[in-house]
Design a protein around this ligand. Structure first.
Ligand code: BEZ
Length: 281
């Protein structure tokens, strides 16, 4: 089994803006007292708990056992009775682990770019959406926000550049295609892809939007390093600890040009959000 590289501590320190910026997608979900909601990629569970205040039940799932354990500790600490948790890899596990007809809404914030990036083919990505369709009852809703095409493009370019130079120092050549297929964990889908997979699954698409949302990272100058350590862990596979540290330093240095605001002493990353609501008729 692959090592779980997610750290709940890093996530709460460097990614607390993720649930905080989810107002629009939660409004689109519009949780109601009778709703039973499956939350896919629930991370630290903060949003699941907030949604659970307004509905009957939230099943908070994530592919990372570390994050699920953390979400579970929040549920226990808050003595919350209408949130359950489970480790579910949404690219492959939905039909194996989630019974059909139990949840009338499937919700996800900031996770589908990981789920779609964990598989490689068009067919697998289309299937991930079809699996959600299959477990929803008729009238069920699929409400998602995730990174869209072009998301954090400048960070990606910097990470690819430093991976190439680090391996080149060892005399090894890594092409962008090598990095994309083996180390790059995300798929930032276009709206055309999303529409194709939703309609192909049988959904009716009610809303499908893409927005540029410049996003201030947590912390001051250390914020970009924190973001890269929290989310970019797969780029360093095969490197020594020293190589990784100096590659991250170099990426941060490159990103000063695009994302560092000297006067405000903060990092603003180029987030692009894709948001959609699809209904099973
Ligand atoms: C995002 O929410 O867009 C995102 C988060 C971490 C890594 C990449 C993208």
């Amino acid at each position: 089994m692959a090592t779980d590289k997610w750290s709940a501590d890093d996530y709460t320190t460097h990614a607390s803006f993720v649930p905080a910026l989810a107002t629009e997608v939660v409004q689109m979900l519009a949780p109601k007292p009778g709703d039973k909601i499956l939350d896919i990629g629930a991370g630290d569970g903060i949003l699941s708990l907030a949604i659970a205040d307004k509905c009957a039940h939230v099943h908070a799932t994530d592919g990372s056992a570390n994050m699920v354990a953390y979400a579970n500790s929040r549920v226990a600490a808050g003595k919350v009775t209408n949130v359950t948790t489970e480790v579910v890899d949404a690219a492959v596990d939905i039909k194996r682990k989630i019974s059909a007809g139990v949840y009338n809404k499937v919700f996800s914030n900031a996770a589908y770019h990981w789920i779609l990036g964990s598989v490689t083919s068009e067919q697998q990505r289309a299937q991930a959406f079809k699996d959600v369709y299959d477990i929803l009852p008729s009238g069920g809703e699929f409400v998602v926000e995730c990174g869209g095409h072009g998301n954090v493009g400048e960070i990606l370019v910097a990470l690819v550049a430093v991976v190439k130079t680090t391996w080149a120092k060892r005399g090894a050549k890594k092409t962008t295609a090598d990095i994309k297929s083996k180390l790059w964990p995300w798929h930032f889908a276009t709206n055309d892809e999303i529409e194709r997979w939703l309609v192909g699954a049988g959904f009716e698409v009610e809303v499908l939007e893409r927005h540029y949302r410049p996003t201030t990272l947590n912390g001051g100058y250390g914020g970009m390093r924190g973001w890269i350590e929290t989310f970019g862990f797969s780029f360093w596979d095969g490197m020594s600890a020293e190589e990784r540290e100096s590659a991250i330093d170099e990426a941060v240095e490159l990103l000063i040009g695009s994302d560092w605001l000297e006067r405000e002493q903060k990092w603003v990353a180029g987030y692009v959000r894709c948001r959609f609501k699809a209904v099973k008729k």
